[in-house]
Design a protein around this ligand. Sequence first.
Ligand code: HEM
Length: 116
Amino acid sequence: MEFVRLLLVFLHLLGMGMLIAMIFVQCRAGADAPVNKGWLHGSGLQLLTGVALVGIDPVVDSVSYNHIKIGVKLLVLVVIGVLVAMNVSKPASPKWLLPTLAGLVVFNVGLAVFWT
Ligand code: HEM
């Protein structure tokens, strides 16, 4: 079971890397370029792996998560997902979207690391 947890952490960190990469991809595409679908894939991966990590918590020894922190992370991810879903089919994205998404992703990384 420890291997499954490590695999999920591995995928969770790859998902974080993907979301950080999307900031640069979106930046290079230009301020009003359409929203890249990679945001949805990265957010989906974070949601699946994060929920699975919490789900296996009771059967994994020595791990106990802060559920308030998990709840806040989930809320931030839902906001990211909703903003992306609302704009993904538009021909151009609003100028505030990229800095907002970037801020929310970096905020969640900060929560993950600094809130123990
Ligand atoms: C943008 C969204 C997210 C980002 C960038 C993110 C980032 C991270 C990072 C960097 C870590 C490693 C922290 C460390 O080990 O010190 C982590 C761990 C974790 N995250 Fe997330 N996360 C996100 C969303 C979520 C969501 C939505 C959930 C749950 C519903 C979640 C659940 C967890 C759990 C349980 C761990 C602990 C893994 C472990 O060390 O065993 N995350 N996250």
